[in-house]
Design a protein around this ligand. Structure first.
Ligand code: ITT
Length: 194
C-alpha cells in the first residue's frame, strides 16, 4: 500500500538512481527500485514524453506513485544528437564516449547541453508533475575524472573549470541538468504526492 512518502523509481540506470536517491532521501522520501523485468520501450520523441511514459507505465504496473528521469546530451555541432538517443548511442559508457568523440573529431564548436526531464505519475498512470533541467557546457577532446557516470568525463563546465566526473556530488548537483530539474521539483512534490 502507498504511504505518504513512497515512490517507485522507474530506472535501470544505477548512476541516475544514486543521484535521485540523495536528492529525495534528504526530504524523507522512501524509494523502491522498479522490478527488473519491467522494461519500458522509449517510443517518445522528447525527453518529457519519455519520462512521462516510463513513470506512467511503472505506476500502472506496480499500483504505486512512480518517478522517472529521461535525460541525454545534445551536442550543438551534431544538430543536438545524440539527444534522446544518448543511451542507445553505444553499448557501454566507454563505447558511447568514444563514438561521440569520433563523430565530433576536430570540430572547433564544442558547445553542448545536458537535458533532464523528470515526471511523477499517480498509481492510475496519470501524470501529476513534470519538470525539465538544462546544463550547458563543452565537450572535451578526451575524458577527465573518475566520478559520476555516463558522459560525465567529457562534459566540461567552464564556470567550475571541471568536468562532471571531476566534481564532488554536491558540486555536480549545483550545476547539473538533474540538479536543476530537482530544484524545480522539490518545492512542489510534497503538495502533489499524497
Ligand atoms: P532508464 O531509462 O532506465 O532510466 P537509461 O540509461 O536508458 O536509463 P535514458 O534513456 O534517459 O536512461 O538515457 C540517458 C543517457 O544519458 C544515458 O546514456 C546516460 O548515461 C546519459 N546521462 C544522463 N544523465 C547523465 C549525467 O548526469 N551524466 C552523464 N551521463 C548522463
Amino acid at each position: 500500500m502507498t504511504n505518504h512518502k513512497f515512490l517507485v523509481v522507474a530506472t535501470s540506470n544505477p548512476g541516475k538512481l544514486k543521484e535521485m536517491q540523495v536528492y529525495l532521501q534528504d526530504l524523507g522520501w522512501e524509494l523502491q527500485l522498479k522490478p527488473a523485468e519491467l522494461e519500458i520501450e522509449e517510443t517518445g520523441e522528447t525527453f518529457i514524453a519519455n519520462a512521462c511514459l516510463k513513470a506512467s507505465e511503472i505506476a500502472k504496473a506496480t499500483g504505486e506513485w512512480s518517478i522517472a528521469d529521461d535525460s541525454g546530451l545534445m551536442v550543438d555541432a551534431l544538430d543536438g544528437q545524440p539527444g534522446i538517443y544518448s543511451a542507445r548511442y553505444g553499448s557501454s559508457d566507454a563505447d558511447r564516449i568514444s563514438r561521440l568523440l569520433r563523430e565530433l573529431g576536430s570540430e572547433q564548436n564544442r558547445g553542448a547541453q545536458f537535458v533532464c526531464a523528470i515526471a511523477i505519475a499517480r498509481p492510475d498512470g496519470t501524470i501529476a508533475l513534470q519538470v525539465e533541467g538544462i546544463c550547458r557546457g563543452e565537450i572535451l577532446h578526451s575524458p577527465r575524472g573518475t566520478g559520476g557516470f555516463g558522459y560525465d568525463p567529457i562534459f566540461y563546465v567552464p564556470a567550475q573549470q571541471q568536468t562532471f566526473a571531476e566534481m564532488t556530488p554536491d558540486i555536480k548537483r549545483l550545476y547539473s541538468h538533474r540538479g536543476q530539474a530537482f530544484q524545480s521539483l522539490l518545492p512542489q512534490i510534497d503538495k502533489i504526492v499524497k
